[in-house]
Design a protein around this ligand. Structure first.
Ligand code: FPP
Length: 259
């Protein structure tokens, strides 16, 4: 079952974000500054992924979503793309036991049919093996694009309506009709979005789901991201007043939920 919209519930007090989504940027620049090949930055980036998963678990974050490979990343040099694919395969093979033992449920979202069959098979196995875990849901966005997600959801909704007949197809499409077909319908919308590497863009990440998310940008390159940087982002999040379109006075007088 999916969450129709997390914007209907207003938290009593801003505590730990339930869902953090991260654009892990700056691997290439981290490496270039050290006169290393760009791919060395991706290898170190994987260490930062491990540390971040662990830090989120310790802080009680329930959902962590990482942008590992965008629909646009295929435009990178062939060698770099193939290194990233190998890194993805070895991470899936090596880390799955640890994820499972720590109660982590893994999801991979994106147009996975573009990946080699070995990757698709490893993803299916990893998702199956961890499906009953509930401590932290780790989502890797791979060959993902926010516009792709909205389009694929619209196509699924239209196909479902077509099966129900011409009247259903002609009926209006509402937000609540589309949301269950989005690729992350199993998760609440992100509370906190973090982008490392100094750029202040969403870069076609979760476009629909970030509508009310607090945005946090840091100049740190992804391989340097650590628990202390995560804590800075969470502390800043806790200072923000999430109004979801209402006035500040309304939020302060709120009993916690919109009528
Ligand atoms: C962006 O940095 C990073 C990527 C496109 C790849 C992210 C991959 C990892 C962090 C490692 C693997 C992760 C998993 C989950 C297996 P960039 O190369 O765009 O850096 P730049 O902006 O400095 O060039």
């Amino acid at each position: 079952m999916g969450f129709s919209s997390s914007t209907l519930a207003v938290p009593e007090a801003p505590g730990t974000p339930r869902h953090i989504a991260i654009v892990m940027d700056g691997n290439g620049r981290w490496a270039t500054r050290r006169k290393l090949p760009r791919v060395a930055g991706h290898a170190r980036g994987l260490d930062a992924v491990r540390n971040t998963v662990e830090a989120c678990m310790r802080r009680g974050v329930e959902y962590l979503t990482l942008f590992a490979f965008s629909s646009e990343n295929w435009r990178r040099p062939g060698e770099e793309v193939s290194f990233l694919m190998k890194l993805f395969i070895s991470a899936l093979e090596r880390e799955i036991g640890k994820l499972s033992a720590n109660g982590i449920r893994l999801h991979v979202v994106g147009a996975l049919e573009a990946f080699e069959p070995r990757i698709q098979q490893l993803v299916r196995e990893a998702e199956l093996r961890t499906q009953d875990n509930h401590r932290l849901t780790l989502t890797i966005a791979a060959n993902y694009g926010g516009r792709w997600d909205i389009l694929q959801a619209a196509r699924k909704l239209a196909a479902q309506r077509a099966l129900q007949g011409p009247e259903a197809l002609a009926a209006p499409f509402e937000e609540a009709d589309l949301a269950p077909h989005l690729s992350m319908a199993y998760a609440p919308e992100p509370d906190l979005f973090i982008r490392t590497g100094g750029e202040q863009r969403i870069s076609n990440f979760l476009l629909w789901q970030l509508a009310y998310t607090e945005l946090y940008f840091t100049d740190k390159f992804w391989p340097d991201f650590d628990a202390a940087t995560l804590d800075l982002a969470i502390a800043e999040f806790q200072q923000r007043e999430r109004r979801f379109g209402r006035t500040s006075a309304q939020v302060k007088g709120s009993s916690g939920h919109l009528a």
